[in-house]
Design a protein around this ligand. Structure first.
Ligand code: SF4
Length: 229
């Protein structure tokens, strides 16, 4: 296995989705197989080569058991994720592993078996995006693993598109999170009410709305990445 290419490792608070509010260590892998015009982590195209040992040492020093593998697209480097988890599991059984993915790549079964949560964020509003329905079937094949879906939406048209998508893919509404396309407090204050009203008007009684705490908290870039490698 080649050494992984990592953009940053840092301690922060998970700002989005199912574990929003949980202090976590973020391992941001470099590179993505896709280009979203509104990507808020374009800087993750760059990174540096690190050994699995070094990554694990940083994680252990940051002293937190919730690990979020993100990117970029972290499953491009899934062999490295597998090795990191194996190594950390030899140190403690208490680690909790989440991966945030764009939902385009297959994942090896032996890795899925070690993960606690996969948050799939299909980019259905972006031209040329092709969702991999591998993820829709994953909970059946891997019952220990939790899979949730997070959709980044901007306007009513995109929210309708999202509903059509989850109906077409037969994804259960209670594992859906709608999140505003927003990277500032002002943008969130504009878009969060729109999403909330859409959910109420359409009586979507099972899905959830999620904010992006990392932007609502008014952290500057340095604070968001405090402790990065
Ligand atoms: S898939 Fe995610 S990381 Fe990749 S370009 Fe789109 S938003 Fe950015």
């Amino acid at each position: 296995m080649q050494n992984p290419i990592v953009n940053q490792i840092f301690f922060s608070v998970q700002g989005e989705g199912k574990n929003s509010g949980s202090p976590s260590i973020f391992v941001r892998f470099s590179g993505c197989n896709f280009i979203c015009p509104w990507c808020d982590t374009k800087y993750a195209q760059k990174g540096k080569e690190m050994t699995v040992d070094d990554i694990c040492k940083i994680i252990q020093n940051l002293q937190c058991k919730n690990i979020v593998f993100t990117g970029g697209e972290p499953f491009l480097q899934q062999d490295a994720i597998l090795e990191i988890i194996k190594k950390l599991n030899r140190v403690s059984e208490l680690y909790y592993y989440e991966v945030e993915t764009n939902g385009t790549l297959d994942v090896k079964e032996k890795l899925c078996e070690l993960l606690d949560l996969i948050t799939v964020s299909p980019k259905i509003t972006v031209e040329n995006y092709v969702y991999n329905n591998f993820y829709s079937e994953l909970s059946k094949n891997c019952p220990e693993l939790e899979v949730v879906f997070k959709f980044v939406v901007d306007n009513y048209g995109e929210m309708e598109q999202t509903l059509n998508f989850i109906n077409k893919e037969k994804i259960n509404e209670n594992i859906i999170y709608l999140m505003p396309k927003a990277t500032s407090i002002t943008e969130q204050f504009t878009r969060l009410p729109k999403i909330t009203k859409f959910v109420i008007r359409n009586h979507l009684s099972n899905l959830r709305v999620t904010s992006r705490l990392q932007y609502l908290s008014d952290l500057d870039q340095t604070e968001r990445e405090d402790g990065k490698c």
